[in-house]
Design a protein. Structure first.
Length: 121
């Protein structure tokens, strides 16, 4: 699944005020990070923000859908589509993005060193 490059550029520009925002191509989509915490992804032509049990309610109330890479309603990721109205409002996208960054940092798994991964094998 390819991602929309124009949306990537638009999202990176809009979210730059959140800190050390950068991204990289991942699994056919595009992962967006603040520091080392992933907080957003782009799949096809949709921007998704990372959520937790509390923050996903806001997305559900806005009619957003969770990221569902395999089309299986039982298996979704904790990322929800950013409503178009939010994406079009610079203040709103920063507010929603800030919340996603907080979730990303709070739920980030520590990176294991290459040496510790090799020991596990």
């Amino acid at each position: 699944m390819a991602y929309d490059v124009a949306l990537r550029d638009r999202a990176l520009d809009a979210l730059a005020a959140l800190g050390e925002v950068h991204g990289r191509a991942m699994f056919g989509g595009y992962g967006t990070f603040e520091g080392e915490a992933m907080f957003a992804l782009i799949a096809a032509d949709t921007l998704y923000f990372k959520t937790d049990d509390a923050s996903k309610v806001r997305y559900q109330e806005a009619g957003s859908s969770p990221f569902n890479p395999y089309g299986d309603a039982e298996w979704t990721l904790k990322y929800y589509a950013v409503p178009e109205a939010v994406l079009d409002d610079p203040d709103a996208v920063i507010a929603w993005g800030r919340q996603a960054v907080e979730v990303g940092h709070r739920t980030r798994r520590p990176r294991r060193s290459r040496r510790s991964r090799q020991r596990e094998q």
